[in-house]
Design a binder for this molecule. Structure first.
Ligand code: FAD
Length: 81
């Protein structure tokens, strides 16, 4: 499970960082998550399920475009490059 807001939407980015479960989900590490990253490392959420999203098609598509950069960063971190 990832950290959720009070309405059940998934916390990402700054919201994930401030979420009570963040440190536990990071194994005690408090480093800031990537854009659109959840409380769990390398797990991302976009579109309607994301806390604070606008619940519109264009917003979901925009999230999809934005998350690509974070995915590249996460993959680079995993491969150590
Ligand atoms: C009736 C209605 C009218 C709307 N009209 C407009 C409009 O005019 N303009 C506008 O911009 N927005 C409109 N919206 C909002 C728009 O549909 C959403 O903002 C947009 O579809 C969000 O895209 P998404 O990819 O985040 O989620 P979704 O489009 O909901 O896609 C999520 C997908 O995940 C699938 N899924 C769910 N659970 C699982 C699972 N456990 N495993 C695998 N797959 C799963 C679902 O079947 C679905 O295909 C409307 C919404 C509704 C309900």
């Amino acid at each position: 499970m990832v950290g959720l807001d009070e309405k059940g939407f998934i916390a990402t980015g700054e919201n994930a960082w401030r979420h009570p479960s963040f440190t536990e989900h990071r194994g005690g590490s408090g480093g800031q998550p990537l854009l659109l990253e959840t409380t769990r490392p390398d797990v991302f959420a976009i579109g309607d399920v994301r806390s604070g999203s606008t619940k519109r098609v264009a917003s979901a598509v925009g999230d999809g475009a934005l998350v690509v950069r974070s995915l590249h960063e996460a993959l680079a971190g995993l491969s150590g490059t």
